[in-house]
Write a protein that binds this ligand. Structure first.
Ligand code: IMP
Ligand code: MG
Length: 192
């Protein structure tokens, strides 16, 4: 059995959680430059508008905070909790959404997602919002796994396209661990 490496022990090139080994994949400096260029695009595209950013919890917390600090236009912020993974590495497809009683009518909504895998979470959320009277609904996703989508999702702002590996860090978890890692790690090996 490998020693579990705590997420807090940063600086490691490898992290071990429940005998699964993850290797460093996207370093913080690259994360920062992706966030910066996405924020610039939104500041330009939404000039003169008053968008409502809808943060999909919990995974998007870190990304949302970073990007919203760089948004210079007036805006509103709301949150929605989405749960579909449990402790598995594949989406169950069973998406639980808890959306408070927010008035979306007439609003330009920008959904903030951490990562798009099957696309089912985003699809359920957009379906819920479709009847809310929103003026427009767009999505910004920090990461998108190529070739994994099981549904047609149109994502206007994608930070980075990645291969379909399981990743942790920068808000993303494996069984609730690893969210606080400043860098992103991808799965390298599974237990024997
Ligand atoms: P989807 O519904 O399959 O697109 O998955 C969307 C949600 O599952 C994301 O918002 C994440 O919270 C989570 N997720 C997808 N891929 C990963 C991953 O590689 N690591 C950690 N969480 C993930
Ligand atoms: Mg998420």
């Amino acid at each position: 059995m490998k020693k579990e490496v705590l997420a807090a022990e940063t600086g490691h090139n490898e992290i071990v959680i429940k005998d699964y080994t993850f290797e460093k994949f996207i370093v913080k400096s690259e994360i920062d430059s992706i966030v910066h260029s996405l924020a610039r695009r939104i500041n330009i595209d939404y000039q003169g508008k008053y968008p409502l950013f809808l943060i999909v919890l919990k995974g998007s917390i870190f990304f949302a905070v970073d990007i919203l600090r760089e948004i210079t236009i007036d805006c509103e912020i709301e949150t929605v909790t989405a749960k579909s993974y449990g402790d598995e590495m594949v989406s169950s497809g069973n998406v639980l959404l808890s959306l408070s009683n927010v008035k979306f009518s007439g609003k330009d909504i920008i959904i903030i997602e951490d990562i798009i895998d099957s696309g089912l979470t985003l699809h359920s959320l957009i379906n819920r919002l479709k009847h809310s009277g929103a003026k427009s609904i767009e999505t910004i996703a920090f990461l998108m796994k190529t070739g994994q989508q099981k549904t047609n999702v149109d994502i206007k702002y994608v930070g980075k396209n990645i291969p379909p590996d399981f990743v942790i860090g920068y808000g993303l978890d494996y069984a609730e661990k690893g969210r606080n890692l400043p860098d992103i790690y991808k799965l390298k090996s599974v237990p024997d």
